[in-house]
Design a protein around this ligand. Sequence first.
Ligand SMILES: [Zn+2]
Length: 279
Amino acid sequence: MQLFDTHFHYSGEASPAEYRNRILADALGAGVFPETLELNAVGGDFLESLRARSFAHAVPDCIFSVGIHPGSVERFSGNISDFETFRDDPLLAAVGELGLDYFYAAETAPRQREVFAGFLQLALEWNKPAIVHLRDQGDDAAFKDGMALLQDFTASGGRFEVHCFTGDWKWGEKILELGGYIGITGMVTFKRAENIRDIARRLPAERLLLETDSPYLAPVPYRGRENHPGFLGLVAAQVAAVRGMTIGEVCSLACNNGRRFFGVEERQAQILKKEDFYV
Ligand SMILES: [Zn+2]
């Protein structure tokens, strides 16, 4: 099976090689044989972005992304220019994670919008897609504010995904209209998450991405435990069940979508060119 976890966070507790071995072992334990394993290590603050970069350079088939998670805006210096250090890295795939979280951090909403807008601008300058986190308190405010910013972003040529989508189909449709992709996490296996299974069912095949958002949101039957990309097969299994597909079909579909969204092939070609140069 082709596994591509398009969104996980690396804590740095285990070495990159150990962590990757654990992913492979646990994937096998969960009954999924990973023929290929691709990863996107995501940074939600500056330090985590540095860690994501080192991880990506230490293991095969890994890209990384850099940004400020809405829950981290309070601790952010405000110097987006600090992130210039990542700009020319051949493994840099996207700007993110970014966005608005009015569920856990409503008190910093104005600051979140400012930082989000600043990083969307950066994504345009760097010509990278954006990984967006949107979560509201059930009043749609984060979606309304977020979609307004994303509308301007896409009008200027920006591309984005809403990762770990937790809204309903009404917002799902708006994301799709703007050309956005949607990331499905282990929440799709949670008993009460009927809205997420609904999204997973209705989503056009070419916009579906799979992710674990590790170390959070471990899928059933590991819910509450530390998550990691080895459990991606369980997310794929639930998506396969609601879409009437096999796990293998869902995995290769999502893998191809991820490769297209993050420009994996173009990046590989660039890296090969650079290697030719040095030979
Ligand atoms: Zn995340």
